[in-house]
Design a protein around this ligand. Sequence first.
Ligand SMILES: [Zn+2]
Length: 238
Amino acid sequence: MEKNIKILWDLQQIDLKLLDIEKRINEIPNKKRSLEEKLRLLNEEKNFKEDCRNKLIQEKERREKEIEQESEKIKMVESRLSHIRNQKDYLEMRKKIELAKKSNKLREDELLKKMEEIEQQNKMLEEYMISYNEEKNRIEEALMVFDNELKELLAQKDEIMLKRNAVAEELDAATLKTYEHLRANCRGVGVSRARNESCEGCFMNLPPQLYNMVLKGDKLYHCPFCQRYLIYIPEEKE
Ligand SMILES: [Zn+2]
């Protein structure tokens, strides 16, 4: 048997394994994409809920400051009240103070409402965060499974590449070059098995004379239809 025939066959088997691994490697980003999108939406939802609560807190703080400033003003005006000699001015000032106090009371009522609202939102957020964390962990774990799968596949690929290089080195340069060319042009498969008088690569019937020569295995032949190398592998060696 021609030495190159066996090497070519081995190389083809290795390259088929590589093709399969590369296909699986290339599928991983797609598989991850929908999970990543889910995670993005989940985080967006969580951020929105937190933003709503934080806005309420900001509003509450603004209101507190307003009430404090207003109280200061009222106190200042009240302290000046005793210095007013004119009765009419005095009463007018008193009235103004009463009105200011009333307005501030309204502000305080609103502040209380805001605080209740915040408390409610905090409670809801707390509950939400439980389901959020569960969902987030689920997604991250699923992503990690894909990452580990990718790592494993890349390691397998490296290992197979080493084997491939060793096998390819055994092949003479011209045959290797032709094989690579065929592989690039025939969807990754440069070697076809001749079986039952036909080429397994393109399923065309081979001329009987060619088929017999391929069976002998003393020389490399090409399929006249798909151009691939034709190799005969006896059944028991499969
Ligand atoms: Zn063919």
